[in-house]
Write a protein that binds this ligand. Structure first.
Ligand SMILES: [Zn+2]
Length: 422
């Protein structure tokens, strides 16, 4: 033994369970050497940390996935032993994460499921005259060890975006010719690479990633729709946002081996322009529908280098639904009513996109008139003006007047206007 081993205090422990297995995260006061191995009869995983200690009261709050309990003990020679008791045999994979904005050093122990869970996905329907269902992959951002942004009232991005994603999936599944696949349906972490793999395995026709924005100024508000940019970002704020969202892998925890594969995939992404044009087209339609239910921070699709949007052949957008850092919008994000209204608007935007750009052999290609885009309807709220509404939907005041046969610009609260196509 040459240099002294790294040793630390194990300060806290968290556990997460998902389809990829169970993840246990130990918070450390600094880097620590460790050795992990599995034992049977009963099944358990042992992690030895030479020279390290555990904070008093270090305990796992509840059983999670494969882990039923955590025991700690001091071994001769000043070695800390952590024992994870399991309800099934599992070979541990461990790695150390270095500090980031949110956390200090962490030791991650991943326990894959005993047998690889069979991937059960419905095969695309191929009834020839009806056309196949288009597949919409819905990605709730963050999850598990990575909470995303937080509101002053305690809302966490990972929770509100999952609620919206589930509502959107139900909307999509209720629509003729479409079916939804959720990237995650619980509180666990999924790497960027895995999110894209799920979309590819599902042969997604469209990928939508749902997030909530955050800014130090609590008055910042409104939704934004993003697509991948080939180079640079729309503006500095978009670049900073992409950097923050891309950091998820470091917060949620991806070992170096996974990162190398990620890089290899990104380098292969050479021919994205067709998917980028489609993403722009879809993003514009989403904005049009979202404008009826929420203020938009930007009325054009913004561009930034988001890792999760890097699928070369799948039209992909990322929606920042609202500012969780704005107390009013945080309350909206938590409200089931707002979540439902937003999910319905997103579904309409996706239908508009497929009606205009039907994939070959799909229901939308076989039934071109069935899903002709319905008109956007705007319900007049207090303070609405004709010019304000025109700007919001990027149409002229004159065309709104014409479509609705308005004799005057005076609007009544509750009045419903049909918004002409821009
Ligand atoms: Zn996010």
């Amino acid at each position: 033994m040459g240099a002294a081993a790294d040793a630390a205090t194990v300060q806290a422990v968290r556990a997460w369970s998902g389809p990829e297995g169970t993840r246990i995260v130990f918070e450390l006061s600094g880097p620590a050497d460790h050795r992990a191995f599995a034992l049977t009869g009963p099944d358990r995983v042992v992690i030895d940390l030479p020279g390290s200690t555990a904070s008093t009261g270090l305990r796992l709050d509840e059983a999670k996935g494969a882990v039923t309990a955590l025991r700690t003990g001091a071994r001769p020679g000043g070695e800390l032993r952590l024992v994870l008791e399991l309800n099934q045999a599992s070979k541990p994979k461990t790695f150390l994460l270095t500090p980031n904005e949110q956390y200090g050093f962490r030791l991650v122990v991943d326990l894959p499921p005993a047998a690889a869970a069979p991937v059960v996905r419905r095969a695309p329907q191929s009834s020839t005259n009806r056309g196949r269902d288009v597949v919409v992959v819905i990605d709730a951002g963050h999850g598990g060890e990575d909470p995303g942004a937080s509101g002053r009232g305690g809302a966490r991005e990972k929770d509100v975006v999952l609620a919206i994603a589930k509502k959107l999936a139900a909307e999509v599944d209720s629509q003729s010719g479409m079916r939804a696949i959720l990237v995650r349906d619980g509180d666990y972490f999924v790497s960027h690479r895995k999110r894209m793999e799920i979309a590819h395995e599902a042969r997604a026709d469209f990928f939508i990633s749902i997030h909530a924005d955050s800014y130090r100024d609590p008055t910042a508000k409104g939704a934004t729709v993003y697509m991948l940019s080939e180079k640079g970002a729309s503006d500095e704020a978009a670049l900073l946002l992409a950097q923050r969202e891309n950091a998820a892998d470091f917060i949620g925890g991806v070992s170096l081996a996974d990162k190398d594969q990620m890089l290899a995939r990104v380098l292969l992404d050479l021919s994205q322009s067709a998917a980028l044009n489609a993403s722009m087209s879809a993003g514009q339609r989403l904005i049009r529908r979202m404008s009826a239910v929420t203020p938009m921070r930007r009325r054009e699709v913004q561009q930034a280098p988001f890792l999760v949007l890097k699928s070369p052949d799948i039209p992909s957008v990322l929606v920042e639904t609202a500012y969780i850092s704005n107390p009013r919008e945080e309350a909206s994000l938590r409200s089931a009513k707002y979540q439902s209204a937003l999910a319905a608007a997103l579904r309409q935007g996706i239908v508009d996109y497929f009606a205009a750009n039907p994939p070959e052999g799909s229901y939308f290609a076989m039934n071109p008139t069935a899903e002709a885009p319905s008109a956007v309807r705007h319900v007049i709220a207090r303070g609405d003006t004709l010019s304000g509404i025109a700007a919001r939907y990027r149409v002229s005041s004159a065309s709104i007047r014409r479509t609705n046969s308005l004799r005057t610009d005076v609007l009544r609260v509750g009045q419903v206007l049909t918004i002409p196509r821009g």
